[in-house]
Ligand binder design. Structure first.
Ligand SMILES: [Zn+2]
Length: 59
């Protein structure tokens, strides 16, 4: 699944892991994250994320 990287702090959202601290279960794609979701490290909103270059390598 596509990973997305925060352009502010470099945090990578990995759909295979989700974001348990924000109540996001593993397997939730970036596109399916709620609009209020933000970077767990710096609080950046979704539009500040960019597709990670190491996409689609592991399933
Ligand atoms: Zn961030």
């Amino acid at each position: 699944m596509q990973k997305w990287r925060c352009s502010i702090c470099g945090y990578t959202y990995d759909p295979n892991k989700g974001d348990p601290e924000s109540g996001i279960n593993p397997g939730v794609s970036f596109e399916d994250l709620p609009d209020h979701w933000g970077c767990p490290d710096c609080g950046a909103s979704k539009e500040l994320f960019e597709r990670s270059s190491d996409d689609a390598v592991d399933d």
